[in-house]
Design a protein around this ligand. Structure first.
Ligand code: AMP
Length: 493
């Protein structure tokens, strides 16, 4: 039986989202809500304000975007013919950086596609004319950096009087960047009865202050706040690698080469990611099998059979598909992304290190997700050391080491007499050392030990500070008549 796509995202349907949104989520390969989505969506649908402590990687964007779209749709405020051209936006999302503005706007667009939701990112560094024309045509949701939003307010080109909801995303980052005054000014232009959502990775007193002033009796949600249940720490070697997204498949391949797992379970977020990564790993010469919720029982049984018999040594799966899976000889668990909550991390890595054997848990994190790693460390009470992705030189050394070990084994086994004639005849003409080197080369190449590998750039912590619109007390501000000064060119990436 082919499962119905909309049925598949059942966890989301239970939360009370309409079919258009469920179809979009199923299309994106989301199989179930993340913990923050499960906690945040119901109160947001009920119209409550919300104060959420959650880092990137928890699924917080969908946690606020889905109820936002649902409520706008319920009010007839999105979709064909819902608003006349030029109508003012109904929702505003404030984010600290241009990158996040684009990312959040793309996410809202994808979730709201079947509703016909119109989303516009506005940020500094982009020609303002394009933004003006889009605003004139009318949009439902604006995703903006505070500086540019205030510029538009000063010009009278952004009307916030019809907003039903405001989201402050990564609020602590916005404060760090000197946007506090701008945020206050923007909120001052919005209707008093709007819904307000604030997400922040940390909750310093200044954030609490904003929440006290602008949120009404908010629901509080915290991901990773609870300590994991005390218990015997499993024998697991944990480590993490910081890798920029485009290099993730290559980095994973490199790490797997160095780790040489007996059998590994690789966790992905979505079905699409499972399929894409499986294909990429097979293209790189690994024997990987995909497992996700969209597969029939028969397909799943076949995959598990191949893993158990050793025909495959990598299983790429979503959490849902991997639930209840028992693989005896699993040596490694790999998180291809940082898990959406510490509980998910603990649950995933608990699949190795059983029966007294040492297991290995590896987590790939994009630079933006490093805070989520910290959250997991706090919750588990264990440090997850961040390792350097093996370089081409490391890989070469490791492959040579494998060849050396294989040769040593053959030397110890003995029974080499049959080959003596080859060495003796060559020794007439060449040095014996040279002959040995040639034999090693032959063995090394035959084992697939030579590959042309691209370098993967090492990521330093907190590189996301680059490319931001930085505003301090000296940047922007008001002129003597209380209007904003003309926008000045801002620091660009
Ligand atoms: P965020 O924390 O909002 O930046 O989301 C992190 C990543 O998780 C994004 O790539 C989302 O597309 C993805 N994501 C969000 N919710 C889900 C879900 N329920 N299932 C799978 N992936 C998700």
């Amino acid at each position: 039986m082919i499962p119905n796509a909309a049925d598949d995202a059942r966890g989301f349907a239970d939360l009370g989202l309409r079919p258009e949104l469920l179809r979009a989520l199923a299309g994106l390969g989301y199989e179930e809500p993340t913990p923050i989505q499960r906690e945040a969506i119901p109160p947001l649908l009920a119209g409550r304000d919300l104060l959420g402590q959650a880092a990137t990687g928890t699924g917080k964007t969908a946690a606020f975007a889905l109820p936002l779209l649902e409520r706008l749709a319920a009010a007839g405020a999105v979709g064909a013919g819902a608003i006349e051209a030029g109508a003012a936006p109904r929702a505003l999302v404030l984010v600290p950086t241009r990158e996040l503005a684009i990312q959040v706007s793309e996410a809202v667009h994808r979730y709201g596609r079947d509703l016909g939701a119109r989303v516009l990112p506005i940020y500094g560094g982009q020609p303002i004319g394009r933004q003006l024309r889009a605003l004139e045509r009318g949009v439902d949701v604006v995703v903006a950096t505070p500086g540019r939003a205030l510029d538009h307010l000063g010009r009278g080109t952004l009307d916030l009087s019809r907003l039903a909801a405001v989201v402050l995303d990564e609020a602590d980052e916005m404060l760090d960047m000197g946007f506090a005054e701008d945020i206050e000014a923007i909120l001052g232009e919005t209707p008093a009865d709007r819904q307000t959502v604030l997400f922040s990775a940390t909750m310093p007193p200044r954030i609490e202050g904003i929440a006290r002033r602008h949120l009404r009796d908010p629901v509080r949600i915290r991901i990773g706040g609870r300590e994991a249940a005390p218990g015997v720490a499993p024998r697991i070697r944990e480590s993490a690698y910081l890798v920029a997204r485009p290099y993730k498949p290559a980095a994973l391949g490199r790490i797997l080469d160095v780790e040489a797992p007996a059998a590994a379970l690789v966790f992905c977020r979505t079905r699409e990611e499972v399929d894409a990564l499986t294909e990429s790993l097979n293209g790189r010469g690994y024997r990987a099998e995909a497992l996700h919720g969209g597969m029939s029982q028969e397909q799943r049984d076949r995959v598990m059979g191949r893993l158990r018999s050793g025909v495959a040594d990598l299983l790429v799966a979503t959490d849902v598909a991997a639930r209840g899976l028992d693989v005896e000889h699993l040596s490694h668990v790999v998180n291809y992304n940082v898990p959406s909550a510490p509980e998910a991390y603990v649950h995933r890595i608990g699949r190795v290190g059983r029966a007294g054997r040492e297991g290995v848990a590896i987590t790939l994190a994009e630079p933006r997700e490093h805070r989520m790693l910290k959250t997991i460390e706090r919750a588990t009470g264990r440090r997850i050391p961040v390792e350097k992705v093996p370089t081409v030189a490391d890989l070469r050394a490791r492959r040579l080491e494998l060849t050396r070990a294989a040769l040593e084994e053959i030397l110890l086994e003995g029974d080499l007499e049959g080959y003596r004639v080859v060495v003796e005849t060559l020794a007439d003409e060449f040095d014996v050392m040279e002959v040995a080197l040639a034999a090693v080369k032959l063995a090394h190449e035959a084992a697939g030990g030579v590959a042309d590998e691209e370098e993967i750039p090492q990521v330093e912590l907190r590189p996301e500070r680059d490319g931001r619109e930085r505003r301090g007390p000296a940047a922007g501000g008001r002129d003597g008549r209380g209007h904003r000064r003309r926008p000045r060119p801002r620091a660009r990436a």
